[in-house]
Design a protein around this ligand. Structure first.
Ligand SMILES: CC(C)(COP(=O)(O)OP(=O)(O)OC[C@H]1O[C@@H](n2cnc3c(N)ncnc32)[C@H](O)[C@@H]1OP(=O)(O)O)[C@@H](O)C(=O)NCCC(=O)NCCS
Length: 151
C-alpha cells in the first residue's frame, strides 16, 4: 500500500475535502466558510493523502476543531488521530469542539487526545436537533524553569 501523507490544506484541496465532508458527515459548511478558514486559519487545517487522493481532512479555526473526517475505506488506521495531532500541534492554548452525543467513536478519539467533556448543548444540530457535547482540551501553562533558577 502506498504511503499516507498529512499536509497543510491547499486551496485546490477545498473541493475534494468538501466532497468527503458531504459523503461522511451530516454537519457541513458552505464553500465560503471553507474559503474563509483557508484564508484566515490555514495553518490549522490539514488533509490526508493517499495515491494523490484526499482521503481525510481536519478543519479548524483559531480556537475550535470544526470538522474531522476520514474516508470510510481508510478508517481504523490511525489517520484520524494523525490529522488531529497535526492540528493540535499548531495550538498553544485551550481548544474546544462540538460532537454529537451519539458519536461514540469520535468522542473516544477526542478523549484519547486529551479532550474532556465540558457540557451539553441541547438540540445543537440543525439536521436532527441532536444534542452536542462541548469538549475542551486545556493546555497547561508552561513551567518556566529558567525564572525559578534565577530567583
Ligand atoms: C471519527 C473518525 C475521524 C476517526 O477516524 P479514524 O482514522 O478511523 O480514527 P483512528 O484510526 O485514528 O482511531 C483513533 C482512535 O479513535 C477510536 N476509534 C476509531 N474508530 C473506532 C471504532 N470503530 N470503534 C471504537 N473506537 C474507534 C479509538 O480510540 C482509536 O484509537 P485506537 O485505534 O488506538 O483504539 C472517523 O471515524 C470518521 O471520519 N467518522 C465520520 C465523521 C465523524 O464522525 N467525524 C467526527 C465529527 S465530530
Amino acid at each position: 500500500m502506498e504511503e499516507i501523507n498529512i499536509r497543510c490544506m491547499k486551496y485546490k484541496d477545498i473541493e475534494k475535502a468538501m466532497e468527503i465532508n458531504k459523503r461522511f458527515l451530516p454537519t457541513r459548511y458552505p464553500y465560503i466558510v471553507w474559503l474563509y478558514l483557508y484564508l484566515m486559519h490555514r495553518g490549522h487545517n490539514f488533509v490526508a493523502i493517499h495515491a494523490n487522493t484526499i482521503i481525510g481532512y481536519i478543519l479548524a479555526d483559531c480556537n475550535e476543531i470544526l470538522s474531522l473526517v476520514v474516508h470510510k475505506n481508510y478508517r481504523r488506521k490511525g489517520i484520524g488521530k494523525m490529522l488531529l495531532f497535526h492540528a493540535l500541534n499548531t495550538y498553544d492554548k485551550t481548544l474546544c469542539l462540538h460532537v454529537r452525543t451519539s458519536n461514540k467513536i469520535a468522542i473516544k478519539l477526542y478523549k484519547s487526545c486529551g479532550f474532556k467533556l465540558q457540557n451539553i448543548k441541547k438540540s445543537f444540530y440543525a439536521n436532527n436537533s441532536e444534542d452536542a457535547y462541548v469538549m475542551k482540551r486545556f493546555i497547561k501553562t508552561k513551567y518556566d524553569v529558567q525564572s525559578e533558577i534565577n530567583i
